[in-house]
Design a protein around this ligand. Structure first.
Ligand SMILES: NC(=O)c1ccc[n+]([C@@H]2O[C@H](COP(=O)([O-])OP(=O)(O)OC[C@H]3O[C@@H](n4cnc5c(N)ncnc54)[C@H](OP(=O)(O)O)[C@@H]3O)[C@@H](O)[C@H]2O)c1
Length: 240
């Protein structure tokens, strides 16, 4: 098992849901976790929870749809830490129940900018640090909607199919530098995916955010001679 104590991990969308669970797990394994999302209050809560549990976390409010803001953040990682060992591109939004021809260009752009362009911008800013170190791990949180057709969610689905393609291709680009790039594609997660308006109280049958954190922990502690390129996660139970 590879140790991650002392490593620096960036987790986007860490203010709640899956990202918060992943950040807590990585901090529990000893990484210094840099938490990214927009909501300062929620970020501060997660940061405090990690610190109270004895972990190291630093929250930064960044709108990932703003390329300049992402550049400023990645530059701050370079200047302050000079390393980034783990990048988890988790932040995402969705719209479900709108047919593509009823989807406005603004909604389309928001989905693509958050789910697809933001991972590219983060990789653009942080991959050079990993290349310099000749090691690193990038994990993109996609969705089974990125492998299946989803009626009423064509734009969301397209953003996640795109994220899968980006992941497989970047994995090949960065492999020669010892950088491992993987995708985790979950089915329904009990996260209260806010943009979908799901109800956490009714989600006991779903995958739990900690299950995704478990998968991330598995990937980042895997022996360095190989990597799991793709994890498909399904709920153990069917929807009641
Ligand atoms: N929940 C599911 O059923 C499910 C299933 C498969 C895949 N996924 C994927 O899992 C990931 C996390 O989903 P979740 O269920 O944990 O959702 P969530 O509870 O709604 O959390 C989304 C996170 O992304 C952040 N975020 C959204 N837009 C952002 C932006 N422009 N800039 C910075 N941060 C932004 C949010 O923080 P702020 O609002 O504070 O910015 C929040 O921390 C997403 O990529 C989603 O597509 C979810």
């Amino acid at each position: 098992m590879t140790e991650i104590a002392g490593k620096v991990a960036v987790v986007t969308g860490a203010a709640r849901g899956i990202g918060a669970a992943v950040a807590k797990r990585l901090a529990g394994l000893g990484a210094t976790v840099l938490l990214v999302a927009r909501d300062k209050t929620k970020l501060a809560e997660v940061e405090e929870q990690i610190r109270a549990a004895g972990g190291k976390a630093i929250a930064t409010a960044v709108d990932l749809t703003d390329a300049d803001a992402v550049s400023a953040f990645t530059k701050s990682v370079v200047d302050r830490f000079g390393r980034c060992d783990i990048l988890v591109n988790n932040a995402g939004i969705a719209t479900i129940g709108t047919l593509l021809h009823d989807t406005s260009p603004e909604v389309w752009n928001a989905l693509m900018d958050t789910n697809l362009r933001a991972p590219y911008l983060m990789i653009r800013g942080l991959a050079p640090l990993m290349i310099e170190a000749r090691s690193g791990q990038i994990i993109n949180i996609s969705s089974l909607a990125g492998r299946n057709p989803v009626k009423g969610a064509a734009a969301y689905s397209a953003s996640k199919w795109g994220l899968n393609g980006l992941t497989y291709s970047v994995a090949e680009e960065l492999r020669e530098y010892g950088i491992r790039v993987s995708v985790i594609a979950p089915g329904s997660v009990n996260s209260g995916f806010s943009s979908l308006g799901t109800n956490e109280a009714e989600g006991g049958w779903k995958i739990q955010p900690d299950d995704i954190a478990e998968a991330v922990a598995m990937l980042v502690t895997q022996s360095p001679t190989s990597f799991i390129s793709e994890v498909l996660l399904r709920p153990a139970q069917r929807k009641p």
